[in-house]
Ligand binder design. Sequence first.
Ligand code: FES
Length: 381
Amino acid sequence: MRLSAALHTETAQKPKTAIVMLNMGGPQTVDEVGAYLHRIMTDRDMIQLPVQSRLGPWIASRRTDEVKKKYMEIGGGSPILKWTNLQGSMLTKALDQMLPESAPHKHYVAFRYVPPFTDETFEQLEKDGIERAVIFSQYPQYSCATTGSSLNAIADFYRKRQIPQNIKFSMIERWPTHPLLAKVFTERIKEKLEKFDSSLRNDVLIMFTAHSLPLKAVSRGDTYPHEVAATVAATMNELKLPNPHRLVWQSKVGPLPWLQPYTDDAIKAYSKQGRKHLILVPIAFVNEHIETLHELDIEYCEELAHEAGVIQIERASAPNDHPIFIAALADVVAKHLTNGPRVSKQFLSRCPHCVSERCKSSKEFFRKLCSQSSLKDQTYA
Ligand code: FES
């Protein structure tokens, strides 16, 4: 009796559908900072340097102490894993309710630069006997440097081993204009607008800020700038307020030209123009991490804004565990599981000036991976 009850529970809990959440990840402790920077600086999908195999590690080691100090100042490590796991648990709980035919759903995390890495996560999928796997980018706006890099890591993993025949794969590589994503950003903006005196609330300048991109990548045809702009437009449309707004770019690295205006320069310039009430809205991050907690909160809001004579500056929270954001994630995945496509034509097309054989072979790999049927009988798309 007891044995059959135990077996029943085990069967009931065996996950059927995996939601694999891709992100760059961040060091959990300061001891991981050196290896994390080394992996970023040697990833040619993320950044291209001359003699990268030597220059990349050299830059990483030169920056390690400074970056360690920043992580110490935000509590000793990145909260990305904590937020991603919480979002994943809430998402799969919602999916179990919405789509009993593909339940139980289980979330997995695949980070690019810190554990849990792509390899160990995809090995775990196979061990768990998953039937259906949705590869789900946690960057709402696609860039060949971010989501593209994570997808290339999956293609690399399967180059070295047999593709499991019993898992049906598909991917969601972008979702920049989902209405609930725009809605959660408007909620986060309104939370901060409340902090301003009502007499000047409509004049607060809303400064959307996103990680910048080298101009070389923009000229190659990377879709990230226009997808970020699309999220901004959807958010302002949903906000229905008369406030002025701009899109600015942060976190530039190295001497080459990147997409501008830079967030710090824009804060200073607006203060000079007499615009001294601002909200910063991180529009391309779905959870808090070093660029929000240190760069925006400490370097810009506490230090730079004060020096520049800004009177009041607030920073909108990332979506994190806001219920509207969890509803957005659930809706994106549920629609995908129900209607597909398993891989989008947009993903399969390359940037007009892409010359990377790696991109070419990776797209070909996903075309095949996402078109094969699993051996199991499938009752949903
Ligand atoms: Fe964009 Fe290759 S760089 S597809």
